[in-house]
Design a binder for this molecule. Structure first.
Ligand code: DGT
Ligand code: CA
Ligand code: CA
Ligand code: ZN
Length: 566
């Protein structure tokens, strides 16, 4: 296979070195260096090959000189002699199996050594019972099967912020061209899905050729895949594809509408249009009877023609938004501006990187009225000292009110990590699952419900425990859980951390139907992460939440009533 040197490929190469080292039993620090570098490359929006060409590889934090030298060799010659010799000492097929979520190096080697040749082959041999005879336990095999399902589903998707940052940069670049009248990211990015398959961008111009020529000279480009008269596709250095579609300004509304999607929204809209005597496409709208073409510079015009208000992009999934729009009944959904405070953050008292005052001041800078510090309740934590520190900070200033809270694990046996006396001493208690994610559904449901029924518990944080592109969420009876949450008044969190976005949007909408109330919080472990709130807002909007559904839209005085502070 030809090397393209995308970030994804380079990151995978380093990940493989780490895996091979683990099999060979090298020490933790040698292994860790490769994992860190791999993460850093996967998560940067800059093209690694371009950085290398500019001699700026060391600009990526996490890449030491040692690995930078190997990368230099790799990008120069297409291979690294040292890596090749490492790879020769482990079964070649193991790397294929490492791509399955939940399969580590040791299991991958075992699979490879048992003669399985591909992921497909592996799936078949598990299902046929063949692998059971080869020293694998049923439980391990079930986990592998689940991983394969996940692998098949996620294929090549990117976290919203990563794709979003790239798209923003491309759009800004396009706007530097004087012939570009409008430019916007569309598709799943505009609908704010938690993961994005490819980037779709639309531009309005009277000079399509010039704009497409400009587009394919974008500096972050890795390769031009295709270039036609009104469209072009590039491979960005990160490994993601970006499609550009151009139309003259008077057709731009149709372009926007079509490529925002979703596909099912569009299909429904088109059949509705047909009933009303119109045919709509990405190029415009036609009156079927007269054959007359209608032009729309803005997409609102198209919806208006069909007798409806324009649904915000986040809800265009054909799950009732068209019906609601026809009756002008789409509620005013929550917005970033509605948020008054953050109720899930960490300081250096647990695993956060900043002190209480640093976190509080950064939150005040963002205009928050209050912030809850919810450090993990390690039993060794000096709870009283920490409360005193927070109270002292509150006396010392009046820009922001710091709420002293804790994030408490729900143990596998449904008890909580710390005693009720300690919970009672705090103003806010989050509970969450950090261990035994694979518990059987019924037990898991009971485990959660018991925690939610504890009167000291205020919020159930990142409920499913999923890690996007990495780990599936827990299995539980959500209907039962939502009923209990509604009855006890326990709030359900939408965690805005980009690889969580948990509760997922579809469950948010379901929970709302049961009368659950929510919080939207950043789970920040660093001051820089306090501004991740916008991603939680996207999830909430996709779940049709209004400001009244979310308690951290309330001013502090009202919030304290709900949380029953002293
Ligand atoms: P992605 O890229 O997998 O994250 O998801 P989208 O929604 O961005 O999907 P994509 O990139 O395949 O297409 C962008 C939009 O273009 C999509 O949301 C709706 C529209 N579109 C694409 N293919 C079709 C189609 O076959 N029929 C209709 N009606 N619309 C389509
Ligand atoms: Ca797309
Ligand atoms: Ca696309
Ligand atoms: Zn947390």
């Amino acid at each position: 296979m030809e090397n393209k040197f995308t970030n994804k490929e380079v990151a995978a190469l380093l990940r493989n070195v780490s895996a091979a080292y683990q099999v060979k039993g090298l020490n933790y620090f040698q292994i860790r260096a490769y994992d860190t570098a791999s993460d850093a490359i996967e998560n940067t929006a800059s093209d690694i090959k371009t950085l290398w060409e500019q001699g700026k590889l060391d600009q990526i934090p996490g890449i030491g000189t040692h690995i930078a030298n190997y990368l230099d060799e790799y990008l120069t010659t297409g291979k690294v002699r040292h890596f090749e010799s490492v790879f020769r000492q482990v079964p070649e097929d193991m790397f294929r199996f490492l791509k399955i979520p939940g399969v580590g190096p040791k299991t991958a080697v075992k699979i490879a050594n048992s003669g399985v040749v591909s992921i497909k082959d592996l799936e078949e041999r598990i299902k046929s019972g063949w692998l059971l005879k080869h020293d694998f336990g049923q439980k391990t095999l079930d986990n592998i099967l689940r991983g394969i399902e996940e692998f098949n589903r996620k294929s090549d998707r990117y976290l919203l912020p990563i794709a979003g940052e790239i798209a923003k940069d491309v759009v800004n670049y396009l706007k530097q061209n004087k012939d570009v009248v409008y430019a916007d990211p569309l598709g799943s990015l505009r609908r704010r899905l938690s993961t994005v398959g490819d980037i779709d961008i639309a531009a309005a111009t009277r000079n399509p050729k010039g704009v497409l020529n400009h587009f394919v000279k974008y500096p972050g480009i890795h390769e031009v895949i295709e270039k036609g008269d009104t469209t072009a596709t590039i491979l960005h250095g990160s490994g993601i594809h970006a499609d550009l579609m151009v139309q003259p300004p008077n057709h731009y509304g149709s372009l926007l509408q079509h490529f925002t999607g979703s596909k099912s929204h569009n299909i429904h809209l088109r059949s509705l249009a047909k009933e009303k005597g119109y045919s709509i496409s990405e190029y415009g709208v036609k009156e079927i009877k007269s054959g007359k073409s209608l032009e729309f510079e803005k997409e609102e015009g198209i919806y208006k023609l069909l007798g409806m208000e324009t649904p915000i992009p986040e809800i265009r999934e054909d799950t009732g938004e068209i019906e609601a729009a026809l009756e002008n009944k789409i509620p005013r959904l929550i917005d970033l501006k509605d948020i008054k405070g953050d109720l899930h953050t960490h300081s250096s008292w647990s695993d956060g990187q900043n002190t209480i005052s640093e976190m509080a001041e950064a939150a005040a800078q963002l205009g928050r009225e209050y912030i809850a510090l919810t450090d993990h309740s390690y039993p060794s934590l000096k709870f009283e000292q920490r409360i005193k520190d927070i109270e002292q900070f509150n006396y010392s200033q009046d820009k922001i009110r710091v709420i002293y809270g804790l994030e408490v694990n729900i143990n596998v046996d449904a008890t909580l990590q710390i005693a009720d006396e300690i919970l009672e001493r705090h103003e806010l208690i989050l509970v969450s699952i950090h261990t035994s994610f694979r518990q059987e559904k019924d037990l898991m449901t009971k485990r959660i419900i018991k925690a939610l029924e504890n009167p000291n518990v205020d919020i159930f944080a990142h409920p499913t425990g999923r890690l996007l592109l990495e780990r599936e969420g827990i299995e539980a009876d959500w209907e039962q859980i939502f009923k209990v949450a509604a009855r006890t008044g326990t709030l359900i969190e939408i965690d805005a951390y980009p690889n969580r976005l948990d509760l997922p949007d579809t469950l948010v909408r379901e929970a709302k139907r049961f009368g659950v109330r929510f919080t939207i919080c950043t789970d920040a472990h660093h001051t820089d992460q306090l501004n991740l709130m916008e991603y939680g807002i996207s999830v909430a909007r996709r779940g049709w939440l209004e400001p009244k559904d979310v308690v951290n839209t309330l001013p502090f005085e009202k919030l304290r009533d709900i949380l029953k502070f002293d």
